[in-house]
Design a protein around this ligand. Structure first.
Ligand code: ZN
Length: 439
């Protein structure tokens, strides 16, 4: 390809140069152009036009800029199937691809016409690892929000992957469907396979614009929705557990080598025989209703019992939802049937993942537990510092885990199963949330 390029440009130069020299020589010799000279000058003009056309038709699309059509959904939500893009093929001759550039490349080499459009995530020499939905570059969390959904497949990057001197790690924004560097068939992309940078969307017309600025706009919108205090507060509610636990493991916090089961089984009422996941969801739904009546927006992590969502994923759903706080609802259990009462669990300031959220989480826990116990008459066992909870450690917003009472205590179990009690539980929790937001 490179050789071809040089051949062509040489040809063009020759065509332009030779006649020019002849022309100046002619000027010196005579004043009036002869018929032969006029013909020569006409031929020269024609050759210039041919040269320009050759440049426009052959050289520009091949080496400078080219239209490309998106094929498939792997870059949603940034790019849609059949979007028309302009690809800048020149910049990468002078500078290296940058992180988050959207590039066009030939995964199987240039002789194969299949090209991919993906986003640059890892740069040459870097070590990349994907743990759950979090991307680590040289051991540090990469801050980015291009992914359309949470990532569930980390492929060859599940273990630290060191990129070669000219290798780039790329991901599609639609990470659930994208076939990219995570998969061995594609792998890290070497520099010579990169065709150019997608710079401009030209079709559909209502989405016309540079890709970079659209990415920024989306991010700005995200930020403003966070900062917007006039809008309704958003509460993410997780009803703990699910109908079947999941004993496969996940890291207890971002970057942690300590792993715990994705979802523990949960307790069961000694008297009612109601499993914890059911009462958790029942109260969570009542809390949602109560909060919505009070003008909050509510994000439910689950609304069914038959789901399979790990504790880490639950926190990530809460994080991505734009929620202001994350409330985790659980019921307690003890080997001793006499133990009873409610408590609220929050992370300490020393927690290496969410230590910064400790103060706010404590406030939230305290307010919710106080008004919960007041409303229901359930005894308070106080606050409890916990740094070992996966669902708490992955949170990026103030978080509390409410243990509503003991399913292992027959009296408390029966009391908690009553509809009237559950309404009080929801109201009590909502009172605490009101207080947290100064309402
Ligand atoms: Zn539980």
């Amino acid at each position: 390809m490179m050789e071809q390029n040089q051949d062509q440009t040489n040809e063009v130069e020759q065509e332009e140069n030779c006649p020019v020299e002849e022309n100046t020589q002619d000027k010196d010799n005579t004043k009036k152009p002869s018929r032969a000279q006029r013909i020569r000058s006409a031929i020269f003009e024609l050759l210039v036009y041919v040269a320009i056309i050759v440049v426009c038709v052959m050289v520009v699309p091949r080496y400078v800029i080219q239209r490309t059509i998106v094929d498939g959904t792997s870059m949603e939500a940034t790019l849609q199937d059949q979007d028309n893009l302009l690809v800048d093929k020149l910049s990468y001759r002078f500078s290296d691809p940058k992180r988050f550039d959207v590039i066009v490349f030939y995964p199987y080499g240039r002789e194969n016409e299949d090209y991919y459009i993906k986003r640059v995530i890892g740069l040459p020499g870097e070590t990349i690892q994907i743990v759950g939905d979090t991307i680590y570059i040289d051991g540090k969390v990469l801050k980015e929000s291009y992914g359309k959904d949470a990532m569930t497949e980390s492929g060859i990057a599940s273990e630290p992957l060191k990129l070669g001197k000219d290798e780039y790690f790329v991901l599609g924004d639609n990470r659930e469907v994208s076939e990219d560097s995570r998969y061995e068939e594609v792998g890290p992309v070497s520099r010579d396979k990169i065709e150019g940078r997608a710079v401009l969307r030209i079709y559909p017309l209502n989405k016309f614009g540079t890709l970079r600025s659209q990415g920024n706009k989306a991010k700005a919108a995200e930020r403003s929705s966070d900062a917007d205090t006039d809008d309704a507060k958003v509460v993410a509610i997780d009803a703990g557990h699910q109908s079947r636990g999941n004993s496969s493991t996940e890291p207890v916090g971002p970057g942690s080598s300590v792993r715990k089961a994705k979802v523990a089984g949960g307790a069961t009422g000694v008297s009612s025989h109601v499993p914890e996941y059911k009462i958790n969801l029942s109260v969570a739904k009542k809390l949602r209703k109560e909060l919505e009546l009070r003008g909050y927006k509510v994000v439910m992590i689950r609304t069914k019992n038959n789901v399979n969502i790990s504790n880490k994923q639950r926190a990530q759903i809460a994080n991505k939802s734009g929620a202001d706080i994350y409330v985790r609802i659980h019921a307690d259990s003890s080997a001793s049937s006499s133990v009873r009462g409610a408590s609220a669990l929050y992370p300490s300031t020393k927690n290496r993942y969410v230590g910064k959220l400790s103060a706010k989480s404590k406030k939230l826990s305290q307010y919710m537990l106080n008004s919960y116990c007041k409303k229901t008459g359930i005894r308070s066992r106080g606050l409890s510092l916990r740094d070992d909870l996966t669902g708490t450690n992955w949170s990026k917003i103030p978080v509390t885990l409410i243990e509503m009472g003991f399913l292992s205590n027959p009296t408390e179990d029966r009391y908690m199963q009553k509809k009237s009690t559950q309404n009080k539980m929801a109201k009590g929790m909502a009172d605490g949330i009101d207080k947290y937001f100064n309402r």
